[in-house]
Design a binder for this molecule. Sequence first.
Ligand SMILES: CCCCC/C=C\C/C=C\CCC/C=C/C(=O)SCCNC(=O)CCNC(=O)[C@H](O)C(C)(C)COP(=O)(O)OP(=O)(O)OC[C@H]1O[C@@H](n2cnc3c(N)ncnc32)[C@H](O)[C@@H]1OP(=O)(O)O
Length: 280
Amino acid sequence: MLRCLPTFRARAARAMSTTPSLVQIEKKDNYAIVRLSRAPVNSLNMELLQAIDEAVQSLEQDKNIKGMILSSTNPKIFSAGLDITEMYQPKTKRLREFWRAFQNTYLRLYTTPLATVAAIEGHSPAGGCLLAMCCDSRVMSLGGPLIGLNETKLGIVAPFWMRDVMVNTIGHRETEKMLGLGLQVNALRGKEIGLIDEAVPVEQVHSVAEKLLLEWLSIPSSARKLTKAMMRDETAQKLRSRLDEDRSNFVDFCETDKVQSALAGYLAALKKKAEAKAAK
Ligand SMILES: CCCCC/C=C\C/C=C\CCC/C=C/C(=O)SCCNC(=O)CCNC(=O)[C@H](O)C(C)(C)COP(=O)(O)OP(=O)(O)OC[C@H]1O[C@@H](n2cnc3c(N)ncnc32)[C@H](O)[C@@H]1OP(=O)(O)O
């Protein structure tokens, strides 16, 4: 028994060192950088959503930490949004748990008392755009990367709370166009419509994100937190009061033949694109 212990410990240590972490947390003086780290494109499966939720919760409980920068280990992709394979040919139980994880992560990030800034170096469609919009400010790199809620292009409909967060960020009319047409925009256009606060060259994204975060942190903390709650709690409460109904709507909608065949087509197009890229 005693001889087993070191072996067990060694195995556990090996497992810990080889299990890649889905979220990397780097603590600075009074804030943390949280980097999404699920190769290849940070698509949000249930485990990544839970890891984000847990990361934010653990930072909220750390007395030294007052804010966070949300970022990615992949400079080309902030997050590809929800993992489409979670929604395609799903098992109902897992699909329900997956949606609850998405609801929870949204509620945590949108209402966290921490000051939050999204440092968006790469693409940020759909669920990636939602994560960014949940932050207090957004910095995005100029050039190629796109951001937006492109759900309609996949033949799916964003839930009311994704719409609400976009309306709160850019207003009703811009949301109507962005959401209805499934538009994604670059950083410059994002700045024009208020989706992005700062559009800067990629190498400046992190320094500008830190500058914005420090500006939020310069405000007396209880005034900042209460104001954030005053601005956001009503929106969050709309979902909190309808969590089960929203989840059932999603599951019913997702399991329809129409949505399944739209997702099959979208996945096939993504695969074809990836194969063409690999063949170059
Ligand atoms: C009326 C009733 C209403 C009821 C409403 C209730 C509920 C609502 C129901 C549903 C709403 C759900 C809300 C959905 C939110 C979402 O987030 S959906 C996801 C949307 N995401 C996308 O469209 C992004 C797709 N991906 C891309 O555009 C690109 O991959 C990229 C992110 C720009 C990166 O491009 P690139 O670097 O060129 O990489 P590749 O395209 O080659 O991709 C690499 C591999 O990654 C796979 N992949 C990409 N994105 C996803 C994804 N989102 N999920 C799963 N997998 C993804 C891609 O297939 C490649 O895989 P292989 O290497 O071929 O294996």
